[in-house]
Design a protein around this ligand. Sequence first.
Ligand code: ADP
Ligand code: MG
Length: 693
Amino acid sequence: MTDTSLKNYGADVFSEKAMRRHLAKDVAAKLAATMKEGKPLDPSIADQVAEGMKAWALSLGATHFTHWFQPMTGGTAEKHDAFLEPAGVAVAINRFSGKNLVGGETDASSFPSGGLRSTFEARGYTAWDPTSPAFIKRHENCATLCIPTAFCAYTGAALDMKTPLLRSIQALSRATERLMEKFRQPKAHVCVTLGAEQEYFLIDREFYLKRPDLLQSGRTLFGAAPAKHQQLDDHYFGSIRPRILKFMHEVEQRLWRLGIPAKTRHNEVAPAQFELAPMFEELNLAVDHNMLVMEVLRQTAEENSLVCLLHEKPFEGVNGSGKHCNWSIAYGGRNLLSPGESPRDNVIFLTFLSAVIRAVDLHADMLRAATAGAGNDHRLGANEAPPAIISIFLGDELSAIVREIETGRPGGQRAGAAGKREAFKFGVDTMMPLPKDSTDRNRTSPFAFTGNKFEFRAPGSSQNPAASQTVLNTIVAESIDAICDKLEAIGGDFDEELQKLLQRLIRKHKRVLFSGDGYGREWPKEAKKRGLPNLKDTPAAISPMVESGNCALFARYGVFTPAEMASRHEIAAGDYLSRILIEGKVALEIARSMIYPVVADEFSRLAAAIAQARSDALRFGVKGLKHLSLKLGAGLDDLDLKCDRLEKAIARGRSAAILSAMDDLRKTADRLETLVDDRSWPLPKYREMLFVY
Ligand code: ADP
Ligand code: MG
């Protein structure tokens, strides 16, 4: 029987309930205010908080603590220290001080820094992020207290994903407060929200261990397409197999203990592909939670003799995996991207909506840069993922209203419904409620309005969502500020002036709005005419990170200094080339040491059989044997040639040439896979990996 009481929900989190039990009342209240409202923490309470946290962690069996952070490797990092401290000969006590809690010093020299950390100053610092609660990680026979922290260099330069994210949340909060003041709204707390839908593949561990490409690069570099994969659409939302369901249940039990609101589970489009979606949360917490979701998926898979593949494109020819980032802004608990009931609420909604439209049009390149990476390159622009062109989908109803604002004339369905009437008027008209299902129809758009939030679909399944969310927050903050600046410069009737302002804004930026088929052949041509960037691979996509205008923007909002931007560009470029080089070398090794010998064996077996048949003067069979041996012989020559080409490309170290040589080599190998004796093929095949579990 499962425990349905939910009493374990958040049991491994230093929650308000745990704080009340382990901290003095005033200390708990101060910490809660810091956590909820982001108020600076009173340093004098750090020791007391640490003492309470320690008592709580010990009660749950933790022997160690760690500052848990998100370096620029894309993953998370932790270094454990025992609470244990010797107090004499063969005597020890458990100690954990405010100093241990608040900050840590760590050797930063082995983390990517993109030139930010000079060699003589290898120290890095971790600083407690009190807005994300501490939690316990359980292992088979032990437990560790994890303290979410930011990670920076001696100079204060950010070396992680969290620091710029927190800065960007602050920038967006300030801009939002400024605009809400213009609407004469009472002061309230701004909360940026994220719901990150996580896609992933599961395959049996036995197969995984026999695939050096999966083991080393996270994706299959060879593999002929199976006759049946996803053509019949019979996997999506299909009934979940028992082995998978057992896995999902274990994942959820763990996530719920960590206070992670895993809500939805289902089969995805591709065979062996699945999705986990949590309820949305405050952005910084949601990012920490997504990093934990990925870790729990991987670990739980391992315990079930499965492997969880988070790579964006583990299998060629079937759908890849994304991480749809649902984003919105709440003000005092009210969602600003939800059209309201009153004319005033609608004006606010349309203003924020316009700010997003302006931001995405002006800075599509930076959004694209934030989703770049060797894995995601196989997804963006392929026919099952959003294109590399960033555009916005609004849905019919909202598009009609935006058009009315733009033209000042009533139009389309709205005109039909209301007969003769005037165009939408700010401060007077209310909007019809937006039906969510119709706004959600277009799955080919990278940036879609889905009723009360924007869904950014370009981020890849393995990526830390902080990267794209940091950019989104910053560019929207800038747009909101630009609107505020204009509003301050004009007098007259507020609603009328605002309507004129947004009319101009939409006219200027409407080129980014697109409701058509994002997978269609026409769209790239149309997008080019509109002047929208189409940055197809990582080297092109990350180049805007070092453009002076972009550097100035992120510096102005205190999110990245130009040096931090340059370092991130360097890390992204280096990471990309390293991954391509690894893939190239693995492909070469597999082709030469696994595939070639098997094909050569089969070829010589055939040659011997042909010779034997001839000497026995057999009347039948020789023709077939010869036919196959010709194909295998040509394949062997081809394989040899293409391996040499790949080797040369690797030696030159040019990513584009390596990728194309790998592609070419793969074509030959995949053809041979369909010709060689199934029993001797050295790699588990797609039809096994994707269907046997
Ligand atoms: P889909 O149709 O794409 O599967 P869902 O309605 O299931 O969409 O929601 C997807 C995600 O959007 C969920 O994680 C959900 O919690 C999140 N979401 C809903 N409202 C908001 C919001 N205001 N801000 C951020 N995310 C939200
Ligand atoms: Mg979705």
